[in-house]
Design a protein around this ligand. Structure first.
Ligand SMILES: [Zn+2]
Length: 120
C-alpha cells in the first residue's frame, strides 16, 4: 500500500510506501500549531517530488528533525530525521492527502509536549 499527497499549489508531492497502520496527532509545540497528522515509514520508502529549494526547512530544539513546508503555498508536507543512523523514519502529513485517507486511518494522540507517550 502507498499513500500520496501534495501541498495546495502542487509544487511538493509525496508518496509513502509501507506506512504505519495508524496516524499520529501530536501535541508538541510545533505540531499543535501546524495541525499536522503524521504517518511514518523508513526514509527509503518515501519519495518527495518537487524542485530543489521548493520547501522551507524548519528545525527547532535539539534539531533531531526538519519539518518541510512549501515555499509557495505554506502547506507542511513532511519531516525528515536529521540523524538517520539513529532514527531512519520519515513522516508525511496526511492532511495533504485525499480526505478519504485520513478518514480511513486510526488517529492516535501522542503527547509530544510532555511524556513522549501515546495517550490512548
Ligand atoms: Zn505548495
Amino acid at each position: 500500500m502507498s499513500v500520496t499527497g501534495s501541498c495546495h499549489c502542487g509544487a511538493v508531492k509525496f508518496e509513502m510506501r509501507e506506512p504505519t497502520d495508524f496516524a499520529i496527532n501530536c501535541n508538541c509545540s510545533l505540531c499543535r500549531r501546524l495541525g499536522s497528522i503524521w504517518i511514518y515509514s523508513k526514509i527509503g520508502n518515501v519519495t518527495i517530488t518537487g524542485d530543489e529549494g521548493a520547501t522551507i526547512r524548519y528545525t527547532h530544539g535539539d534539531e533531531t528533525l526538519a519539518v518541510h513546508s512549501c515555499k509557495k503555498c505554506g502547506c507542511t508536507t513532511h519531516w525528515e530525521g536529521l540523524n538517520p543512523e539513529e532514527d531512519d523514519r520519515m513522516a508525511v502529513n496526511i492532511r495533504m492527502s485525499d480526505p478519504d485517507v485520513m478518514e480511513n486511518y486510526h488517529i492516535r494522540r501522542f503527547d509530544g509536549a510532555d511524556t513522549w507517550k501515546f495517550l490512548d
